[in-house]
Design a protein around this ligand. Structure first.
Ligand SMILES: Cc1cc2nc3c(=O)[nH]c(=O)nc-3n(C[C@H](O)[C@H](O)[C@H](O)COP(=O)(O)OP(=O)(O)OC[C@H]3O[C@@H](n4cnc5c(N)ncnc54)[C@H](O)[C@@H]3O)c2cc1C
Length: 432
């Protein structure tokens, strides 16, 4: 049985790595990595290194994936993150550092509300989870605006809650530092792409092979202009794009996929002169609804070789609340820079050495399990497994994508095809 893997990002590569037999990896681009991409810029002051936004390897919830990366030099780091609230920097997470807020009423309100929160409830939606986890005062001063800016949506009750969203947001008592308190990052100046490069080693990858359409009934697909047959597909492309290229997809499934929502995004990478304020911050959260970004981070504060001495390579995650397409996003850049100067992360525009912006048509998928369950069930009955952050349509990070890929490889290797034909339902539930 030939397994076709669509996409050579972290998920597709991890799946291929986990398989005992060779799989056919189809990658539309000329390189591996997908969103976990790094690049360098040579300037007159030296070389800067960048990723596409912070790509820190948070492994806590799935430590076993470190086995897949054995042999890669990863450096451990401790988060030094802040929240910029009411013109003060508070250590992140705010639910632990609010005590230092100058407004005593604010402190008392948050204290009382945190004492009565319940972390162990079932939540109907994202807004409910945040409110019940942190109380009204922190919700209104930080979580509401920050998450709206990040997801690009004002009504947070319209966002579902899957297991990954819960892991990321509930961190008051037991799991004190949260999922990203410690993280790993490839050693040296290779950047986040060190991970996909390592995974790709010894794998045969078919570059510039774009899957253009898939037919379920005939079990054929078109790669560039060539039609080939398939038994099993593991896809890592966005779930709605996958459904969109299935030529004979059932109408109700197509309709459901059209209702899936995701946020847009823009990452602005800057190489700038180091300022006192940047210090050794890892990243900073910005809930202020007037600021055009929701998070700013510093690659070279984590890995110093990513900027020349006296300089800093940084990323700015711009809020999709301020744009609805690429042109509008790019038009915001002067405002973003002005705001960064006002805060003090850059002294003046002429201290910016290099600038590059990446528009992301899909950044965060807004989870909606009532729809994605049905779509995945349909696909798996046809022999198509859609995995990874975009393939699953949830908010996972690299380590969780790797774990999911690894688990699927193990399940498929155990799969008995004769039984699968007889009991397709059981196979679907067992597959994840
Ligand atoms: C701004 C940003 C910040 C992030 N920060 C972090 C972080 O700090 N830590 C972390 O762990 N994770 C982070 N992530 C998440 C991380 O990037 C993803 O979890 C991971 O990269 C997903 O990998 P993937 O292989 O599933 O998908 P992708 O990386 O999207 O890979 C999919 C691949 O499929 C290829 N492809 C698409 N269409 C076709 C086609 N038709 N035919 C063939 N190939 C095709 C693409 O070219 C791509 O290579 C971040 C993501 C973003 C966007």
């Amino acid at each position: 049985m030939t397994i076709h893997v669509i996409g050579a990002g972290v998920t597709g590569l991890s799946f291929a790595k986990a398989c005992s037999e060779e799989v056919n990896i189809l990658e539309a681009c000329e390189n591996v990595g997908g969103k976990a991409l790094s690049y360098k810029v040579e300037t007159k002051v030296g070389t800067f290194g960048f990723d596409i936004g912070g790509h820190w390897f948070h492994y806590k919830s799935t430590p076993a994936v470190l086995d897949i990366l054995e042999g890669l030099e990863l450096q451990a780091h401790t988060r030094n993150a802040f929240v910029y609230l009411h013109e003060h920097f508070f250590k992140f997470p705010i639910q632990q550092s609010y005590i230092g807020h100058p407004d005593k009423k604010f402190v008392n309100d948050v204290k009382q509300e945190l004492q009565s929160v319940n972390n162990f409830q079932e939540y109907n939606n994202y807004e409910e989870m945040l409110l019940q986890s942190y109380g009204l005062t922190l919700y209104e001063s930080f979580f509401k605006d920050y998450n709206s800016k990040m997801y690009g949506i004002y009504d947070l009750s319209a966002i579902g809650v899957g297991k990954f969203e819960t892991i990321r947001n509930v961190r008051t008592h037991r799991n004190i530092t949260g999922y990203n308190g410690d993280f790993l990052y490839p050693k040296g100046d290779i950047g986040a792409s060190g991970i996909p490069f390592f995974l790709a080693d010894n794998l045969k990858i078919n570059y510039k092979k774009k899957v253009k359409s898939i037919n379920i009934k005939n079990k054929t697909m078109v790669i560039n202009n060539e039609r080939v047959s398939w038994d099993t597909i593991v896809s890592t492309i966005p779930l709605n794009s996958l459904i969109g290229i299935i030529s004979d997809v059932d109408d109700p499934v197509l309709e459901l996929s059209k209702q899936l929502k995701s946020s847009r995004g823009m990452i602005l990478n800057l190489g700038v002169k180091k300022t006192h304020l940047q210090g050794d911050m890892s990243w900073v959260y910005f809930p202020d609804p007037n600021l055009h970004f929701y998070r700013v981070g510093f690659y070279s504060n984590v890995e110093s070789s990513l900027a020349p001495v006296g300089y800093c390579s940084m990323y700015v995650e711009c809020s999709p609340l301020f744009f609805s397409n690429k042109e509008e996003a790019l038009a915001n850049i002067p405002t973003v820079i002005k705001e960064l100067i006002e805060i003090g992360f850059i002294r003046s525009a002429d201290e910016i050495v290099t600038t590059k912006a990446f528009y992301l048509a899909q950044n965060y998928c807004l989870p909606d399990t009532s729809k994605t369950k049905v779509i995945h069930h349909y696909l798996e009955n046809a022999g198509i497994y859609s995995i990874g952050r975009y393939g699953s349509w949830h908010w996972s990070s690299q380590h969780e994508d790797m774990q999911q890929a690894w688990d699927l490889a193990n399940k498929l290797a155990l799969r008995d095809l004769t039984k699968a034909k007889k009991f397709p339902q059981a196979l679907v539930t067992k597959a994840f």
